[in-house]
Ligand binder design. Structure first.
Ligand SMILES: Nc1ncnc2c1ncn2[C@@H]1O[C@H](COP(=O)(O)OP(=O)(O)OP(=O)(O)O)[C@@H](O)[C@H]1O
Length: 251
């Protein structure tokens, strides 16, 4: 696991230094992340795994600028986002970050093409139709741009959501349980697509998942236990990941 960008050659897509985050619940404080430091090279596929409540979603929220850490710094590309104010952060996210969620979040009244290009519209950027066609083709939706989301299968809807995440050419794509609502065959296709966006388009993908099979598609798997990073694996199979999960937090 890289904790600092100086440990690898090439640019870092994401760097966290000493990131901590707690939630207040009534009179108690729940620590969700404790002093997490990591660096993710650009153009790689990283999975984040850990038991329920280990801090995966909090890590993703802080890393993607959806939430602010209590302490520590987050760098996305060259920009330190941990101390940006709300408006600047929203603008930064719109231009530099792609999101894929378990529940697709496509707007039913818009066509696939309009859903995919919505982030450009919101950012006031023109649509590059050559790039739109390329992205739709890359995700396997060539010729389906004029359909409505409800006229697509679940897997196709997730492909449209991935196209929407790619359309702004973001510094990083964050995926939260992207295969959670899909059957195993469709999930495999979506994982292969995420892999393809990394290897063919040079994207950086960071995916939170509960599924060892999904994690086994990534270049590197980061393990979280009780808000702390608890090691990593590179080139791991689903079986390797399952075995590691069974001993997580045991030292
Ligand atoms: N809004 C919140 N208010 C209070 N506590 C919270 C809040 N969000 C998360 N937590 C707590 O912070 C810790 C980390 O939660 P987080 O959702 O990041 O874990 P997770 O690994 O993503 O869990 P899961 O796999 O179940 O989604 C947990 O103890 C959780 O109960």
């Amino acid at each position: 696991m890289f904790t600092d960008a100086s440990e690898f050659s090439g640019p870092a897509a994401l760097q966290l230094q000493g990131v901590s985050k707690s939630y207040r619940s009534g009179n108690t404080t729940v620590p969700a992340l404790r002093e997490v430091s990591l660096a993710i090279p650009a153009g790689t596929f990283t999975a984040v795994m850990g038991p329920s409540g280990s801090g995966k979603s909090t890590l993703l929220q802080c890393a993607a600028g959806l939430d602010a850490p209590d302490s520590g710094t987050v760098l996305l590309g060259d920009t330190e986002i941990s101390h940006l104010h709300r408006k600047a952060l929203t603008r930064f996210r719109r231009d530099h970050v792609g999101f894929v969620f378990q529940s697709y979040n496509l707007l039913p009244q818009l066509t696939v093409a309009r859903n995919v290009t919505l982030p450009l519209l919101l950012a006031g950027r023109a649509t590059d139709t050559v790039w739109l066609d390329y992205v739709l083709e890359a995700v396997g939706l060539a010729g389906l741009g004029e359909r409505k989301p409800q006229e697509l299968s679940g897997g196709q809807q997730q492909r449209a959501a991935i196209a929407r995440a790619l359309i702004t050419r973001p510094d990083a794509v964050f995926a939260d349980e992207p295969t959670g609502a899909l059957d195993s065959v469709t999930a495999r296709q979506v994982l292969d697509l995420l892999r393809h966006t990394v290897s063919a388009l040079g994207q950086t993908v960071i995916m939170v998942t509960h599924d060892p099979v999904a994690a086994g598609s990534a270049d590197t798997v980061l393990f979280l236990a009780d808000g702390r990073l608890d090691g990593s694996m590179t080139g791991a199979t689903a079986l390797d990941v399952s075995e590691r999960m069974a001993t997580l937090g045991e030292h």
